[in-house]
Design a protein. Structure first.
Length: 190
């Protein structure tokens, strides 16, 4: 079924429609239909739960869109800053492991993965950490308990991983900040 609508357009938009119709050799109605379908498919036409464009001028709609873009960019910048901070904390955590036990590469990688999981989702129980991390190291350790015992015994000597209570662990990024700051002071005096 086809329905007809009477639409008023400003001169600029009407001129654009006429130009496109001439260029493509189709009717103005076809240009309007194609434009609406393309806008809908591209997500440019918003659903009812999104902002209402009724009785808003083009300038008001553009301003509203600009505000939304700025909000999204701000969220993106905030997320990027958070990721940069986490990367710095992780790099400082890794630096402290140089020359420290565990001395095997897979042992250090397992400790790093524990720290990453705690940063992401901590606090976590020992059992949860073992189950999350062991699949990555199953060719290096006989089982998840041996992996845990081989790595967990070094946590007391490593800044950034703290035992909250029996079997419950968390990441402490502030301890990493303290290491970074003290290393910076040591490098200043060298």
């Amino acid at each position: 079924m086809v329905q007809r609508y009477s639409v008023s357009l400003d001169d600029e938009l009407a001129s654009w429609i006429e130009t496109k119709a001439d260029e493509r050799g189709v009717s103005k109605a076809k240009i309007i239909r194609d434009s609406v379908e393309t806008s809908k498919a591209a997500g440019l036409i918003r659903e009812k739960d999104q902002f209402d464009t009724n009785n808003k001028s083009l300038i008001e709609r553009l301003n509203s869109l600009e505000e939304r873009v700025e909000t999204l960019e701000s969220k993106h910048d905030s997320e990027r800053n958070k990721n940069q901070e986490l990367t710095k904390v992780l790099e400082a955590f890794k630096k402290q492991l140089v020359g420290q036990p565990p001395t095997t590469q897979h042992g250090q990688e397992a400790v790093i993965r524990v720290f990453e999981e705690l940063l992401k989702d901590g606090p976590l129980k020992s059992k949860e950490l073992r189950h999350r991390i062991y699949p990555e190291f199953k060719d290096k350790f006989s089982n998840d308990r041996s992996m845990w015992q081989s790595t967990q015994r070094y946590f007391d000597d490593i800044e950034g991983i703290e035992k909250i209570e029996h079997g419950l662990w968390n990441a402490d990024p502030t301890a990493i900040d303290r290491i970074t700051q003290s290393q910076g002071r040591i490098e200043e005096f060298e």
